[in-house]
Ligand binder design. Structure first.
Ligand SMILES: Nc1ccn([C@H]2C[C@H](O)[C@@H](COP(=O)(O)O)O2)c(=O)n1
Ligand SMILES: [Zn+2]
Length: 165
């Protein structure tokens, strides 16, 4: 019997893990996930946007607008930073990070400082904003490359029905 040929690519696999991680996010409007992979294609970290440990999802705001301190922005920890902080205790030098959203300037600082050398993103919807311009300026200067994920398929379906295994 011949082996399957329609298996998912590495890019689809790791972006899939990033998107699955994002499903853990409590942010009602934007769920972002990230996945860090080493040069041997092994996952060494994953994360999603959420409040820091010990900060209850019920006690902090999830608003996008209004008084700054009553919005989510000063409190939420971005998916990329969480993936770096959640790593399995490895040196991340030479790793790549898959993220659903292009990293902000703050996460790009952490990406650069951790030694990650490539960013693979799905959406760049904040391209052209000050945050994104600053982020790209730092990544370019630090020679961290970035590219949009290469996916041949539009979606991947998962089933928890045991009959589908
Ligand atoms: N690269 C990014 C960008 C944003 N996030 C998080 C931060 C917020 O929880 C949410 C963005 O909020 P929006 O104003 O788009 O509703 O996503 C991230 O984790 N990584
Ligand atoms: Zn960020």
């Amino acid at each position: 019997m011949a082996g399957r040929t329609d298996y998912i690519s590495w890019d689809e696999y790791f972006m899939g893990v990033a998107l699955l991680s994002g499903l853990r996010s409590k942010d009602p409007s934007t769920q972002v996930g990230a996945c860090i992979v080493n040069s041997q294609n092994k996952i060494v970290g994953a994360g999603y946007n959420g409040l820091p440990m010990g900060c209850s999802d019920e006690d902090f705001p999830w608003e996008k607008t209004g008084d700054f301190l009553q919005t989510k922005y000063p409190y939420v920890c971005h998916a990329e930073l969480n993936a770096i902080l959640n790593n399995i205790g490895m040196d991340l030098t030479g790793c790549r990070i898959y993220t659903a959203l292009f990293p902000c300037n703050e996460c790009s600082k952490a990406i650069i400082q951790s030694g990650i050398k490539e960013v693979i993103f799905l959406s760049d919807k904040y391209d052209g904003t000050h945050v994104s311009i600053a982020s790209k300026r730092m990544l370019d200067t630090a020679k961290v490359s970035y590219r949009k994920v290469e996916a041949k398929r539009g979606h991947i379906q998962l089933s928890f029905d045991e009959k589908d295994v």
